[in-house]
Design a protein around this ligand. Structure first.
Ligand SMILES: [Zn+2]
Ligand SMILES: [Zn+2]
Length: 283
C-alpha cells in the first residue's frame, strides 16, 4: 500500500547519522514516500553512545532516536526528521543467541506525530579472548570477517585502548600485535564491530526496519487521514473448544491513530482454541 499522493512528497527529512546508515535507509524511504532525505553529520552521534563501550549509552533506544531526530531537524531546519538506533542483547526466546533490535523513528513536527519502524533478528556479535594469531584468525573466520569488521583491546573488554576500523588481514594483524604489546597478560579481547557500516548483518535488519516504517507511514487513519495508523496491542482470550474458557491466544488487534483518538478492534481469529492451548484443560 502506498500513499497516493504522499503527504511527504518532495519534502526534506533530516537524518543525522555518521555510520553510513543513510545509504541503507534512503532508497527505501524516498521511493515509497517521495520525500527527500537530507543527511547531516554536523553532530558527533558517538557522543550519544556507541557500541564499543568507549561512551556509555545514556538513555533508552527510543529516547536516543528522538534526541537524534530533533538535533538533525534543528541542524537542517526541517519539520521532518528521522533517526535510527540499534540495541544488542540476548534473544527474547531462548536467551542463548545475540540479538539485534533496530528502531527507526519518524518525527513529523508539523502534524505532531511520531511513527516507529522496528525489526529484529540474530546479530553478528561474537567476542573472545585470544593469545595467538592462529586463535585470532580462527575467531575472524567465525565472526564473518572481513565483511564484518572487528575491534580489539588489550587484556579485557573494558580496556580504554581500542583498535577499530579493522577490515582487512593486514590492519587486523598490525592491531593485534600492538594490542598484545600493550597487554599486561599477553591477551587480546576481540569482538565484532557493531556499527552499521561495519556489520552487514545489522544492515539487513536496519533495511527491514525501514520497510516496516514505510508500511506504517503508508497506513492512514480512516478518521483524520494521519499516517501511522497501526496495531498498538493484541486482545487475548480466544475461547477453548472444550470448556469455553478464554485462553491466552489472540482474538483481535486494536488499531489506533497516533494523532486523533480514533481506534477500532479488528478480529484476527474465528472459531475456537485447541484444548491443548487451554490452561484449564491442559494446565
Ligand atoms: Zn479448556
Ligand atoms: Zn486519526
Amino acid at each position: 500500500m502506498n500513499l497516493k499522493p504522499s503527504i511527504y512528497q518532495g519534502l526534506p527529512v533530516a537524518l543525522l547519522t555518521q555510520h553510513g546508515k543513510q545509504e541503507l535507509i534512503r532508497p527505501i524511504l524516498e521511493v515509497a514516500l517521495g520525500c527527500r532525505l537530507v543527511h547531516t553529520d554536523g553532530y558527533d552521534t558517538d557522543l550519544l553512545g556507541t557500541f564499543t563501550r568507549d561512551v556509555a549509552r545514556p538513555s533508552s533506544q527510543l529516547e536516543a532516536c528522538r534526541h537524534k531526530a530533533r538535533i538533525g531537524m534543528a541542524l537542517t531546519g526541517t519539520t521532518l526528521g528521522m533517526a535510527s538506533e540499534g540495541a544488542f542483547g540476548p534473544d527474547p526466546y531462548t536467551g542463548w543467541m545475540e540479538w539485534d533490535t533496530e528502531v527507526l523513528l519518524w518525527v513529523d513536527a508539523k502534524h505532531g506525530l511520531e511513527v516507529i519502524g522496528m525489526a529484529q533478528g540474530p546479530a553478528q556479535s561474537l567476542h573472545r579472548m585470544v593469545r595467538t594469531t592462529e586463535e585470532l584468525m580462527q575467531f575472524a573466520t567465525e565472526a564473518l570477517f572481513p565483511e564484518h569488521h572487528l575491534v580489539l583491546r588489550p587484556d579485557h573488554s573494558e580496556h580504554p585502548d581500542l583498535y577499530k576500523d579493522l577490515s582487512n588481514v593486514n590492519s587486523l594483524l598490525r592491531a593485534f600485535h600492538a594490542a598484545r604489546a600493550a597487554s599486561t597478560c599477553d591477551r587480546v579481547f576481540v569482538e565484532n564491530d557493531l556499527r552499521a557500516y561495519c556489520n552487514p548483518t545489522r544492515q539487513d535488519i536496519i533495511r527491514k526496519a525501514a520497510e516496516n516504517l514505510v508500511q506504517k507511514l503508508s497506513s492512514l487513519c480512516p478518521h483524520c487521514q494521519a499516517p501511522g495508523y497501526g496495531i498498538t496491542r493484541k486482545v487475548l482470550g480466544l475461547r477453548c473448544k472444550a470448556c469455553g474458557h478464554p485462553t491466552r491466544l489472540p482474538v483481535a488487534d486494536i488499531w489506533q491513530c497516533v494523532v486523533c483518538a480514533h481506534q477500532e478492534q479488528r478480529d484476527t481469529a474465528h472459531g475456537w482454541a485447541d484444548p491443548g492451548q487451554c490452561d484449564r484443560c491442559n494446565p
